[in-house]
Design a protein around this ligand. Structure first.
Ligand code: SME
Length: 169
C-alpha cells in the first residue's frame, strides 16, 4: 500500500500524533520484511512533522548499533551501545529526550545543525532490537508528548513485526 498521509500541520503535536497514528499503523504489514516497514514508517513520520530534521533506526548487532532505514542527511553508520544518545538509550533501555545536544555528554553529532533529539528503544519480549532516533534543528523540539506517542508506536512495531526472524546481515 502506498497512499498519501493526511495531516494538518496547523494542529498541535498531540493532535497530529492522534491523526497519523491510525494511518501509520495501517502502513505496517507484518507479512512484509521489517526493513520495508521501518522504511515507510520513517518517511511517514518525517512527512508529518516539520520539526524533524532526521529520523531513523539504529539496529543492534552484538554490541553495536548500525544505521537502518532513515530519512534525512547521511548519518553515522555505527554507534557502540553506551555511546552517544542512541547508545545510552540502548544501554538503559529507556527513552531519552535531549533538549540541547551540546549539553549531553558524549553526544554524537552526525549533523552539526542538530540541536535536540529524542531516542526510543525498540524492545520485544525483553530483547532489544535497536532504537528509533529523531533529531531537530530546533532546541527543545521533543517533549513528553513525543515520548508518549513514539513509545506507543515503538511498542506497536515491536509487537507487529517478526523480530525473531530478523537478521541484520
Ligand atoms: N546524535 C546521535 C547519533 C545519531 S545521529 O543523530 C543521526 C547520538 O548521539 O547517538
Amino acid at each position: 500500500m502506498a497512499e498519501n498521509l493526511i495531516v494538518d500541520k496547523n494542529k498541535s503535536d498531540e493532535e497530529i500524533y492522534t491523526e497519523i497514528l491510525p494511518q501509520i499503523k495501517s502502513l505496517i504489514n507484518s507479512n512484509e520484511p521489517i526493513i520495508s516497514n521501518l522504511s515507510n514508517f520513517t518517511a511517514a513520520l518525517k512527512e508529518a512533522f516539520d520539526k524533524i530534521s532526521w529520523i531513523g533506526f539504529y539496529l543492534l548487532k552484538d554490541d553495536d548499533l548500525y544505521l537502518g532505514p532513515f530519512q534525512g542527511k547521511t548519518a553515522c553508520t555505527n554507534i557502540k551501545v553506551g555511546s552517544g544518545v542512541c547508545g545510552t538509550s540502548a544501554l538503559k533501555r529507556e527513552t531519552i529526550i535531549v533538549e540541547n545536544v551540546d549539553e549531553f555528554p558524549g553526544h554524537i553529532a552526525c549533523d552539526a545543525g542538530s540541536k535536540s533529539e529524542i531516542v526510543v528503544p525498540i524492545i520485544n519480549n525483553n530483547k532489544l532490537f535497536g532504537v528509533l532516533d529523531l533529531d531537530s534543528y530546533q532546541y527543545s523540539a521533543f517533549s513528553n508528548i513525543d515520548k508518549k506517542y513514539l513509545e506507543e508506536i515503538s511498542g506497536y512495531l515491536s509487537e507487529k513485526l517478526n523480530w525473531d526472524n530478523f537478521i541484520l546481515y
